[in-house]
Design a protein around this ligand. Structure first.
Ligand SMILES: Cc1cc2nc3c(=O)[nH]c(=O)nc-3n(C[C@H](O)[C@H](O)[C@H](O)COP(=O)(O)OP(=O)(O)OC[C@H]3O[C@@H](n4cnc5c(N)ncnc54)[C@H](O)[C@@H]3O)c2cc1C
Length: 411
């Protein structure tokens, strides 16, 4: 179906179904039942099999109607597409459905104190014990860990195998003894991410996504979905966190939309809508005539436009396999550029801002802006991948690929 048809069909559906008096849980269930919660998933996994352009058309229809978006968070962004791609039909039923209707929130248990960019160095172990695995280790920078019901856990099942082989990807229950989630406060003042200590926790063999030695491939797909989403700058929608701990399902959907509209919710996306808000602000204050500021405005506009076009090219057939990495890299540049522009426009007012104002959003963006150059793989790592996969440059030197993990030097 063409994008315009998808958009029109979605707009008709939203007009018939959206009601601000529904609870969040009821609205999310309607979206999920119609395949509009995550339209890029295959139909068998509760989506509509749309392309990213089709997804953008659906999001636009929801935004135009002033309706609430689907659940936010890493379940939607990472766990659902990964399990849809690698899970059995039973696993899709068990795990993807409660993501699409917002019942479960997920976190990503990938990074460890000694395994970030070099993720395959992970040392969290999963040792087989009958039908289960016993898990021990430490994860870090776990976004949303405090409100997660489930975790995308990668753990080492066999240290005698080469580094990238003895790894498994599990759907891991966060509500169990032996899982200790400790918040880490960032300079924004929020505590988005956490340390997670795992001490003799358990995961059933049925919760292994993909084969036991195949976790690295599954994890790479998770990372690919992450880079694609982080670089996509999607149509922004007003929504809230899913899951049993965030406890939003019984709230009135219209109230969530209103609260998000008033701008309470953190860092703005670095897009042309933000650019326009900054132009309006500078016009009102009279600073729009400042030639240095005008220069910054043009630079950001160019960057945002090029980023949009790059994302469009990434959606076409024959796009480079490194295109998610290019978009992700551009997004961190866009965050930095928006930070500089925003800080120039707002000036000292940012430090006295009231919550929900443009000034406070820019202040938060200034504090948050180093993050996008780190999460989902740092800028340097994206450049390495673009060089190796996109341009065919030689791989980074390192130990032989067949060396057992147990024989490699570790921190
Ligand atoms: C806001 C935020 C949210 C996050 N959320 C999550 C999450 O939910 N789950 C999760 O698992 N992780 C999460 N992370 C962690 C993130 O994925 C890691 O921080 C990232 O992969 C970098 O790892 P590291 O911090 O260990 O840095 P390191 O890997 O130690 O890197 C340190 C520096 O060395 C550079 N470097 C490393 N290797 C190379 C190389 N081969 N070539 C060139 N330069 C190199 C890096 O670019 C970096 O500048 C989050 C991070 C942030 C900032």
């Amino acid at each position: 179906m063409a994008e315009t048809d998808i958009g029109e069909e979605a707009a008709r559906w939203v007009a018939e179904n959206w009601d601000a008096d529904l609870t969040v849980g009821e609205w999310w269930q309607r979206l999920a039942d119609a395949g509009y919660s995550h339209p890029t998933l295959p139909e068998a996994a509760g989506g509509r099999g749309y392309s990213r352009a089709g997804n953008a058309a659906v999001r636009q229809a929801i935004a135009d109607a002033g309706a609430m978006g689907p659940p936010t968070g890493l379940g939607m962004m990472l766990a659902a597409p990964t399990i849809a791609a690698h899970g059995t039909p039973a696993q899709i039923e068990t795990y993807v459905k409660p993501i699409l209707n917002g019942v479960d929130a997920w976190c990503q248990l990938f990074s460890e104190p000694n395994a970030g960019s070099d993720l395959a160095s992970l040392q969290t172990s999963a040792v087989r014990d009958g039908d289960e695995y016993v898990v021990n280790g430490q994860k870090v920078w776990t976004s949303g860990g405090k409100i997660a019901d489930k975790g995308m856990l990668i753990a080492r099942t066999d240290p005698q195998m080469p580094k990238h082989s003895g790894i498994a990807w599990f759907a891991f229950d966060m509500h169990q003894p032996g899982v200790d989630v400790r918040p880490l406060t960032e300079m924004t003042g929020r505590a988005i991410f956490n340390e997670v200590f795992i001490d003799d926790a358990r995961v059933h063999h049925d919760d292994l996504i993909g084969d036991v030695g195949n976790g690295w491939r599954v994890a790479n797909d998770t990372l690919m979905f992450e880079r694609m989403s982080l670089g996509a700058n999607p149509v922004p929608l007003r929504s809230c966190a899913p899951g049993s701990i965030a406890n939003n399902l019984d709230k009135r959907a219209g109230d969530i939309v209103e609260r998000a509209r008033s701008g309470e919710d953190g860092v703005p996306q670095p897009n042309l809508a933000l650019w326009q808000r900054l132009v309006d602000h500078a016009t009102e204050s009279g600073r729009i005539t400042d030639p240095v500021l005008r220069d910054q405005f043009v630079r950001f506009y160019e960057l945002a436009t090029v980023n949009r076009l790059t994302a469009m090219r990434g959606r076409t057939r024959g796009a480079s396999s490194a295109s998610p990495n290019i978009s992700k890299l551009m997004m961190s540049e866009l965050f930095r550029s928006a930070r500089e522009l925003g800080a120039s426009v707002i000036g000292m007012d940012a430090t006295l801002a009231t919550q929900g104002s443009l000034e406070s959003q820019i202040q938060e963006m200034v504090m948050f802006s180093p993050g996008p150059a780190i999460y989902g793989g740092t800028d340097q790592v994206q450049r390495n991948i673009i060089g190796e996969r996109g341009l065919g440059l030689p791989r980074e030197p390192g130990p032989g690929k067949e060396t057992p993990f147990s024989e490699l030097p570790k921190n």
